[in-house]
Write a protein that binds this ligand. Structure first.
Ligand code: NAD
Length: 299
């Protein structure tokens, strides 16, 4: 079993949290493949691979979260709109893994932005935790600045440790940044070999913002196209790994956090088992060349 800690010693409950980052401070967002973590600009360590829980409900969600944590995962991604925050909290408790070792991400939905303070309290209650490691605004939308400011306040109150955005691209961010105080720690966008967002990744990493991929395997209904891609399948054969493992390893070597979704215990294990091999520069180049600018969802 592979296990790693989600938190640096400086991020435990017992010590002063790191100071909020100034907007101009650019942090080093390179991944540590020994600890399997990246240090966010908030000062907290975050695992570079996690479990996505979109579409996982009730007992399936509880069991998937618990299975993932028992298999060494320490990052769980949920959202208000997935209607499963209670189940994620239950899965965490059932796993027996101490809460402080786990990095929980949730997201506020657009219909919550006008009263984000209440939404943050609701997330804490549903997850049944004292703090949330990372909250993202799910999409750009009305009152998003207001909601972000409420998240900034919640950081100062110790309810949230790090804050970020999802589905924000360069134009949206250029508009957003002058209006806020705390630099986003992370941006979660659609990224996979057919939609690589190389310009966006470069821009965010230069600002010290960590990038995270949703649909890392192409998303439901599209995974077979990617898994059977000749280039990916060939590389998988050479490394004696599955296509899914090759794609996930490609994300990490590009410096992109991946949160593959699955309720299948074998796939959950498989997706974590990507730290005993390395893609060569040539492998990376070949997968980089598969970009088709092909988005698999509308946002
Ligand atoms: P994904 O790309 O992770 O693909 C999931 C599909 O791959 C599922 O059908 C799963 O059964 C299959 N799969 C997983 N591991 C496999 C393996 N080893 N072998 C074969 N098949 C495997 O898509 P996703 O789950 O929709 O996205 C990942 C996560 O990203 C979501 O669960 C959610 O947490 C997050 N997300 C966020 C947004 C956003 O707007 N911020 C949007 C979509 C998803």
């Amino acid at each position: 079993m592979i296990s790693f800690s989600a938190c640096s010693p400086s991020s435990t409950n017992n010590v002063e949290p790191p100071a909020s980052p100034a907007k101009s401070a650019v942090s080093d967002v390179s991944f540590n493949f020994d600890t399997k973590t990246v240090k966010l600009n908030s000062g907290y360590e975050m695992p570079v691979i996690g479990l996505g829980t979109y579409s996982l409900k009730d007992d399936i969600c509880v069991n998937s979260v618990s299975a993932a944590l028992k298999n060494g995962y320490r990052l769980i991604d949920t959202a208000y709109i997935y209607h499963n925050e209670e189940s994620v909290g239950k899965g965490i408790r059932e796993s027996g893994v101490p809460r402080e070792e786990i990095f929980i991400t949730t997201k506020l939905y657009m219909n919550q932005y006008a009263d984000a303070e209440n939404a943050i309290n609701e997330a804490l209650k549903k997850l049944d935790v004292d703090y949330i490691d990372l909250i993202l605004l799910h999409h750009p939308g009305a009152h998003d600045i207001e909601a972000y400011k409420a998240m900034e306040k919640a950081v100062s109150e110790g309810k949230i440790r790090s804050i970020g955005l999802s589905n924000y691209y360069i134009d949206e961010l250029e508009d957003f940044l002058p209006q806020i105080t705390i630099m986003p720690a992370l941006i979660q966008n659609e990224i996979h070999p057919y939609y690589q967002e190389n310009e966006v990744i470069k821009y965010m990493l230069e600002k010290g913002i960590v990038m995270e991929a949703w649909y890392p395997l192409g998303g439901r209904g599209h995974t077979a196209e990617l898994f059977n891609n000749e280039t990916i399948a060939e590389i998988a054969k050479v490394h004696n790994k599955s296509s899914a493992q090759i794609i996930l390893r490609w994300h990490l070597q590009k410096g992109v956090v991946a949160i593959p979704g699955s309720s299948n215990p074998e796939h959950i294990k498989e997706n974590m088992n990507i730290f005993d091999f390395e893609l060569t520069a040539e492998d990376m180049k070949k997968i980089n060349s598969l970009d088709r600018n092909e988005k698999h969802d509308w946002y």
